[in-house]
Write a protein that binds this ligand. Structure first.
Ligand code: 6R9
Length: 655
């Protein structure tokens, strides 16, 4: 990505016509950015008022990035309810406006339009069902659901009663689900019978059954009978949630929550150890999600907004549910996949529901690009006025294809860089304010102070161009507050290496114009189709197999997925390295973690390159996987340099 960035760094795309009256124009952006960074108290004190507060805040910002005393608080003495902000306050004006358009997996099945009044009714009922199951303020509720309206109802029902939700992506395995239920000490799991995707069905309930074998026996299982597929039923533990909602009261007064009370925990992969529970709180998160949704997408009243992410990821939290609903928007929720029944599905849905803003991942664009433009060209996309991307760097080829065939040359493309930890966009163009460059996430959002540091020395690099690691110099309201149950890990992960800064884990380049180009992770996290995977997680899954002695996992460039998973595996003595065993190991990892963690390539490695102190030299393994032998660097510190020649000789074809 860096080279491509360098080549096109000077080619700017003008702001398309029709954005003269956008929420931010070049001068509005310049003024607001200056105000936001020179006096954050005043800036965010005013922005906080975009929400309805039950008790107004008197303090705005109280944040400390110093290692050992990290503490982040925004609007700390204010009280509010997130669900009331996403629903109740819109009812007078927008009761009969559609809040959620639901498009099912099956293109022949009817879509649903849920108005704000209907949303209020459903969320109130579900909140009462949760209460009846003993869920109280501060309790954790795990959601393991398909992309159905009930997922949004459940998130908002938790918010309404002050319970903390933790959504687990439906593609995760029973083991991964059990780990999250146990780590968050959840009281309840909400799941569905099965989840249709691309014409196939994932057995969510039976996965939940398997997970619950490893959890406290008091954990309740609320089941949405969505497809009607048969499942097992454990009396006393399982609850038919739709039936209970029928008879529950829709009236449920919203709890007054502190701005700093947790809203949700979302597990994400890091460079070491088990996934960590990223904690977001109520006030700052919602202010930030709402503001970024409005400005980045230039959302205006009456627009139909579609973010194609799954609610199992942060993108779905901030830009399917919380940001749009806080703004009284119409948000589209899609159950299916981009390639079912064919590669035109996204565009068919855009045409059918007259989508105005469309937000997806580069990996989806690359996959569809490979199918040819005829799948896009036949649809009427005249309603679409803005395109967005998220999740990984977008290569200029994909950017140009998106621009030409989907945007028809008239839509701005907002390449939004952010993370689970950041709650919302940190570096992104604003459509009416920022000229774009294909492949660059461009400039910081209001209140964000990105800094580029030298990786080794931690020295701040002033002036342009600059290349190094990306850190953020000050807090913003959407920032994560802690790691669930492990504040020390929070500080060590994000604040230890570069003192006084939030360390993003990403590398970047800042070009002559001050535009940011994200070059990818600098830690042991790989980004597979926009999903974060810790190499350590895949390794520990592999070594849990009885035939595996040791494993090292790295990322390598993959045409569609961005990065693929390359595993070096050392087998136990006497075990035959066969193709069948390869397949068995791939299947094993799928069941241990989930399909998104499947190794793309497994190379048998009689030995791994290690330092004399026994550390695996991943830098070398990465280079071999990338086919870049010239750049192997110094191998003299290896305990046994000959293992490298063997690995090169037996390298897998990337295909
Ligand atoms: C929102 C989300 C975060 C990591 C992040 C970075 C990569 C996300 C990007 C991007 C380049 C973009 N990333 N957006 N890289 N350009 N526009 O994806 O959160 O799943 O936590 O991943 O994704 O490497 O550090 P999350």
């Amino acid at each position: 990505m860096t080279e491509q960035g360098g080549v096109s760094a000077s080619v700017k795309r003008a702001i398309p016509a029709g954005f003269e009256k956008a929420h931010a124009t070049p001068s509005i952006y310049a003024d607001m950015y200056a105000a936001s960074t020179s006096d954050p108290e005043a800036f965010w004190g005013k922005e906080g008022k975009r929400l309805d507060w039950m008790t107004p805040y008197s303090k705005v910002k109280d944040t400390n990035f110093n290692f050992g005393e990290v503490s982040i608080k925004w609007f700390e003495d204010g009280k509010l309810n997130v669900a009331a902000n996403c629903i109740d306050r819109h009812l007078a004006k927008r009761g009969s406006q559609t809040a959620i358009i639901w498009e099912p997996d099956d293109p022949e099945a009817p879509a649903k339009h849920i108005t704000y009044s209907q949303l209020a009714d459903k969320v109130g009922r579900l909140a009462n069902v949760l209460k009846a199951q003993g869920v109280m303020r501060g309790d954790r509720v795990v959601l393991y659901l398909p992309m159905i309206p009930e997922a949004a109802y459940a998130m908002l029902a938790c918010a309404r009663i002050g319970a903390i939700h933790s959504v687990v992506f439906g593609g995760f395995s029973p083991d991964a689900l059990a780990n999250r239920i146990n780590d968050s000490e959840a009281k309840v799991v909400i799941t569905a019978d099965t989840a249709p995707r691309g014409g196939r069905r994932t057995p969510l309930k039976s996965n939940a059954d398997a997970a619950l074998l490893h959890c406290d026996e008091d954990v309740k299982c609320l089941v949405v009978k969505h497809t009607g597929d048969q499942t097992t039923w454990v009396d006393g533990r399982d609850v038919d949630v739709l039936a209970e909602m029928e008879s529950a009261s829709p009236a449920c007064p919203p709890e007054a929550m502190g701005a700093e009370d947790p809203l949700f925990v979302l597990y994400t992969s890091g460079s070491t150890g088990k996934p960590k529970g990223v904690v977001h709180t109520s006030g700052g998160y919602l202010v930030y999600a709402a503001m970024t949704h409005q400005y980045t997408f230039d959302y205006k009243d009456g627009d139909i907004f579609w973010c194609t992410a799954d609610v199992g990821w942060v993108t779905g939290h901030s830009y399917i549910v919380y940001g749009p609903l806080a703004n009284g928007a119409t948000t589209l929720m899609f159950e299916g996949v981009p390639t079912y029944p064919d590669a035109g599905r996204f565009w068919a849905v855009c045409e059918k529901h007259k989508v105005n803003q469309f937000y997806t991942a580069p990996t989806a664009i690359r996959a569809l690009m490979g199918q040819g433009p005829e799948f896009v060209e036949k649809y009427d996309l005249s309603s679409v006025r803005l395109l967005g991307t998220v999740g990984e760097p977008i290569n200029p080829e994909a950017w140009n294809w998106y621009d030409k065939y989907v945007g028809r040359g008239k839509c701005p493309i907002v390449d939004t860089w952010w993370q689970t930890e950041t709650g919302g966009h940190l570096i992104t163009p604003l459509p009416g304010a920022t000229e774009t460059k294909p492949g660059s996430a461009t400039v910081p959002f209001f209140g964000i102070k990105p800094v580029v540091l030298e990786a080794e020395s931690g020295k701040v690099i002033e002036g342009n161009p600059a290349e190094g690691v990306l850190c953020i110099g000050d807090s913003w309201p959407g920032q994560m507050r802690t790691v669930w149950g492990d504040h020390k890990r929070f500080e060590e992960t994000y604040f230890q290496q570069y003192k006084g800064y939030y360390f993003t884990g990403d590398g970047c380049r800042r070009d002559e114009d001050g535009y940011f180009w994200i070059t990818g992770r600098v830690d042991d996290v790989i980004n597979v189709s926009g999903h974060r995977m810790g190499t350590a997680e895949v390794e520990s899954a592999l070594v849990a197999h009885e035939k595996v002695a040791e494993a090292a996992v790295v990322g390598y460039p993959h045409e569609i997925k961005g990065q693929g998973i390359y595993a070096y595996v050392t087998l136990m003595n006497g075990v035959d390295p066969t193709d069948d065993l390869r397949k068995e190991l791939v299947k094993w990892v799928r069941t241990e973690i989930g399909p998104i963690a499947s190794p793309d390539l497994i190379q048998w490695a009689p030995g791994l390159p290690k330092t004399r102190s026994g550390k695996i030299m991943r830098r070398i393994l990465r280079k071999i996987a990338e086919n870049d032998y010239g750049a192997l660097g110094d191998t003299s510190t290896l305990a046994d340099p000959s293992v490298v020649d063997d690995l090169i000789g037996n390298r897998m074809n990337r295909g």
